[in-house]
Design a protein around this ligand. Sequence first.
Ligand SMILES: Nc1ncnc2c1ncn2[C@@H]1O[C@H](COP(=O)(O)OP(=O)(O)OP(=O)(O)O)[C@@H](O)[C@H]1O
Length: 241
Amino acid sequence: MNAIEVTDLHKIYGDDVHAVKGVSFTVKPGEIYGLIGPNGSGKTTTLRIIAGIVKPSRGTVKVYGLDPYRDFDKTRGLISYLPEEASTYPLLTGLEHLYFYARLYGGDVKSIVEYGVKITGLGDRLNEETIGYSHGMKRRLLLGIVLMRRPKIAILDEPTSGLDVHASVSIRRMIKQYVVETGASVLLSSHNMLEIEYLCDRVGLIFKGKIVAEGEPRKLIEEYDAANMEDVFTKIVREEG
Ligand SMILES: Nc1ncnc2c1ncn2[C@@H]1O[C@H](COP(=O)(O)OP(=O)(O)OP(=O)(O)O)[C@@H](O)[C@H]1O
């Protein structure tokens, strides 16, 4: 069974903002799938619908066979979602964050936190209030919070947005490590084509609410006779106008 199956998905905000116009794709268990596309092309809307927090206007989404919006209570244990704008509580330490969320998740709090400590890789810095964290450290903590409950599907909206090279590399390592250790699926959006090439098994390029190209990064580079994914992106967006 596919981890995620999206078929002819549409989202219209209000009367006339047609943000998603017939998107279809699948994500297999253990796969890292990337959504790329220009600003405002519908990536976040698609991710939010799959996370079950936005109602689609038309079309279907199945997460291990369940509808994430209608069966939210059943799917919320399967999916963790990291919004691009997620933030930390400045006066709580990193470790306090891990405990706070682990208690919300329920289950074996100690082992959830232990995994959180391991996957964030923040070591002793976890004992400091997050007000003193760099943007990269905050992002590692937030990603750790999302992954420590070991979701079968992690949905990550621009996980390295605004991070420097070093911080981006550590976030990518965390994502790869998580998938290798758990066999979970990751669906992410990104504007960083290097990241897409490094991380994603497959990628869908979404443009004006539609997927206009899809495939393995290496194959897309070949198909479009391009130097890299940035070149593929530019060529497709130019073609599509
Ligand atoms: N809650 C909302 N109400 C009305 N319009 C919205 C809402 N959310 C998104 N939109 C509009 O839907 C379109 C798609 O937005 P979305 O955020 O999904 O794109 P995106 O590809 O994630 O963009 P970015 O790369 O800038 O994050 C845009 O025109 C946006 O202004």
